[in-house]
Design a protein around this ligand. Structure first.
Ligand SMILES: NC(=O)c1ccc[n+]([C@@H]2O[C@H](COP(=O)([O-])OP(=O)(O)OC[C@H]3O[C@@H](n4cnc5c(N)ncnc54)[C@H](O)[C@@H]3O)[C@@H](O)[C@H]2O)c1
Length: 265
């Protein structure tokens, strides 16, 4: 499908940290028109949004009024899941960044997209560089017998290791199914210093202020190491992936899971 007309985009979870960044990015994107901001926060309690856009607290009313081609969602799974049905019923394709869906919910969203003959995209990570890091690490994996993964995040992160680090470890394991060599210390005066172990890979997590999200993969072989690293510094990092998804979802059928599928990786 060619899009001579601008793609009309709504944002769900628009008052949130990522949602506000999406509002800015869509507002500035060529061939896109920002038509609705949707969030549960009542208008009177709302910190001013970064751009001027019609605001709705009722998603159904928002979709009916805005007639959006695409909705970008960064909210919470409990809100995002029912929102998808409302969007598709209104002819609006979901681009979902919200995390925390079950496999059953993902299958249901796919079935809903098929039922309405529309595309959808769900991406646990919209950072193009982090997606590439997983692919590049998988390319290198067959050529090495040792690998460590390091991930560093801000001190507020509740889980460790990060979902992205687990995704990278799984990509590497697919490309190198037999366990990597792993040095296990015979003396360990301080426990846990070799990190968590996944298929012979050591995974190390660091948490402190001053950071956002950083992932590094280092492979080791005789006489050489190979280091691949990705750093993010602010939430703009998601926007190239979000804009790519908004453009590509117009031509999809059913639910696509993962930004890598849109990048031809
Ligand atoms: N896929 C990715 O690359 C990626 C990147 C960053 C964050 N995320 C995910 O995006 C989501 C949002 O992250 P955030 O940091 O912006 O969170 P946030 O808490 O800042 O924003 C969430 C927004 O959703 C709104 N919301 C909650 N319930 C709602 C409802 N019932 N109806 C409408 N709006 C509702 C909240 O009012 C809030 O404005 C999280 O699930 C996070 O894990 C994904």
């Amino acid at each position: 499908m060619t899009n001579a007309q601008p793609i009309k985009v709504a944002v769900h979870g628009a008052a949130g940290r990522v949602g506000r960044e999406v509002l800015r990015a869509i507002d500035m994107a060529p061939n896109m028109s920002l038509v609705a901001a949707i969030d549960r926060i009542p208008q009177n309690d709302l910190e001013p949004l970064p751009v001027s856009v019609p605001y709705y607290t009722d998603a159904r009313i928002g979709y009916t009024a805005a007639k959006a081609d695409v909705v970008v969602d960064f909210s919470i799974a409990a809100a995002s899941f029912p929102m998808v049905s409302l969007a598709l019923e209104a002819g609006t394709r979901p681009v979902i960044g919200t995390t925390g869906f079950t496999e059953e919910q993902i299958a249901y969203i796919d079935a809903k997209c098929q039922e309405h003959n529309l595309g959808g995209l769900l991406a646990p990570n919209f950072t193009i560089g982090a997606v590439l890091l997983g692919t590049l690490a998988a390319m290198a994996a067959p050529y090495f017998e040792y690998v460590d993964i390091y991930e560093e995040h801000h001190e507020m992160k509740v889980d460790a290791p990060s979902g992205t680090a687990i995704g990278i470890a799984k990509s590497i394991a697919e490309a190198h199914p037999e366990a990597f060599e792993h040095n296990s210390p015979t003396r360990e005066p301080i426990a846990g210093t070799r990190g968590g172990i996944y298929n012979g890979m050591s995974i190390h997590s660091s948490r402190m202020p001053g950071r956002m999200a950083h992932h590094q993969v280092t492979f080791g072989g005789p006489g050489q190491t190979l280091t691949l690293r990705h750093d993010t510094n602010n939430r703009e990092c998601y926007m190239p992936g979000v804009l790519l998804a908004v453009r590509k979802v117009m031509d999809l059928q059913g639910l696509t899971v993962g930004l890598d599928k849109l990048m031809g990786l």
